[in-house]
Design a protein around this ligand. Structure first.
Ligand SMILES: [Zn+2]
Length: 459
């Protein structure tokens, strides 16, 4: 069921001067947003090149020279767009990133067509309205506005709209650009998705600044055995070896700890909470094991913020109902804190499994980027603009439990910050799900927020 209640408290805010872009810019952002939502760009059912081409056409119409617009990608269907707006060159460029692709959406699962941009009851509906076509449309609309206004930044502003962030294949646009055209996107810093602006019951709770991410390791556990006839079983059984190890894993938890980013996160979050939880968050940030234990028990997200996690996600084994298994295998998916190494995680798992017959190996290449530093210029600008638009709303640095393309950029030496200023209900996040939506007011306020933030970082 759709939640039809409008978000309380936003209706008067939308009339407030200062948080809404001028009418013409609002219309432009909405037009681009609509156009992008209605282009299918899922991994298997669509392509990203039409997104890149549609945006390039708009940029040319707005007066951007062809020589400042690049379209290219790993294969013809997976085009990326990079556009450069020239500044004075006093400082190195700023990169504004958003991805063009979306998670697949089946019309029969939705209450409306996911590829028809629909405005209803105070929300924009459609696949990609949250992830990530709002930010893509806003970057482009704001770039066109800067040009029309004659804004002269002290650095180049580069916008990159890229392919296949959502995974599923080898055509990731950010990876491809780093490997083939690093000069086009090289920058002093990058702004990206990944930072949530949190609404709780219509109240703006925080504008999160995402500065680091956990990284992923998939381990394959494998037990091989000579097998035999199931009528004459022996204790040495591949499935039992594997099951015993997984059972020990289910009772194990990695140590609780904090880092620079998560300490700042819990300190900031404490101010938005009351009572014992607020006190526990403050003490967790100071390193109290007891307090961390209690905070981790409150929610899986906070647990995952405080430790590396590993969980069994897939199983295979046995070849016949009447044979002793010759193979039992499992995938264990780990989400690792930036400061924990792959070796540490593997040796810890081997110690927990405590079974030499269970062979543990890393299933695929591990991509591990550093955290972005809490740079005073970035944090300061985000706080200033947030404070002027939404007085009293804190900016909270955070580490993402999932992963974005920021990983590749951080690894390539470009500090990347997830920041959007697009307020959504944190208990009803529909990215990747059915009836994905964005509050209309949040979209336009986010447009203003990102317009002001980029200006602040460019003068
Ligand atoms: Zn995304």
């Amino acid at each position: 069921m759709l939640r039809l209640l409008p978000i309380a408290g936003l209706c008067c805010a939308c009339m407030m001067a200062g948080t809404m872009p001028p009418d013409a810019d609002r219309q432009l952002a909405r037009d681009i947003y609509k156009q992008l939502i209605e282009i299918r760009s899922g991994y298997t059912t669509g392509a990203t090149t039409p997104v890149a081409e549609a945006v390039a056409t708009r940029l040319k119409e707005a007066g951007f020279p062809e020589s400042d617009i690049f379209i290219g990608g790993a294969i013809p269907r997976k085009g990326n767009l990079v556009v450069r707006y020239h500044g004075s060159g006093a400082r190195r460029p700023i990169l504004l990133l958003a991805h063009e692709d979306v998670v697949e959406a089946k019309p029969e699962d939705w209450s409306m067509d996911p590829f028809t941009f629909t405005e209803r009851d105070g929300y924009f509906y459609g696949r990609g309205t949250m992830d990530d076509k709002a930010q893509a449309a806003i970057w482009i609309a704001n770039l066109i506005r800067y040009r029309r206004e004659g804004f002269r930044p002290d650095r180049d502003i580069v916008v990159a709209l890229t392919a296949d962030e959502e995974g599923g294949g080898p055509y990731n646009g950010v990876k491809w650009l780093i490997e083939n055209h690093k000069d086009l996107i090289d920058a002093d810093l990058c702004l990206n998705e990944g930072g949530l602006a949190e609404l709780v019951n219509g109240r703006r709770v925080s504008n999160d600044l995402q500065v680091s991410e956990k990284y992923v390791i998939n381990f394959r556990l494998e037990v091989r055995n000579k097998g035999g006839h199931s009528s004459m079983p022996v204790p040495d059984n591949a499935i039992y070896h594997l099951a015993g190890s997984l059972d020990r894993l289910s009772k194990f938890a990695f140590p609780l700890k904090t880092n620079e980013v998560t300490r700042a996160y819990f300190r900031g979050m404490a101010d938005t909470q009351t009572g014992a939880l607020a006190e526990d968050m403050r003490r967790a940030a100071e390193g109290s094991q007891d307090a961390m234990e209690r905070v981790a028990a409150v929610s899986p997200a906070w647990n995952a913020t405080l430790r590396t996690t590993c969980v069994a996600t897939q199983l295979e084994g046995g070849h016949a109902r009447n044979a002793l298994p010759q193979l039992a295998a499992a995938n264990v998916n780990c989400r690792v804190l930036p400061e924990d190494s792959a070796d540490y995680v593997q040796s810890t798992l081997e110690r927990i499994f405590a079974d030499e017959q269970v062979k543990v190996s890393i299933a695929d290449k591990v991509q591990h980027g550093p955290a972005s530093p809490l740079r005073p210029d970035v944090v300061g600008a985000v706080k200033r603009v947030t404070g002027s638009m939404w007085p009293g709303v804190p900016v909270i640095p955070m580490m993402l439990m999932g992963a974005t393309d920021g990983l590749y950029l951080r690894e390539a030496g470009i500090p990347t910050y997830g920041i959007q200023g697009l307020f959504v209900d944190r208990d009803d996040i529909r990215a990747h799900g059915r009836d994905e939506r964005m509050p209309v007011t949040s979209f336009y306020e986010g447009q203003t927020f990102l317009y002001e933030l980029v200006r602040a970082l460019c003068q």
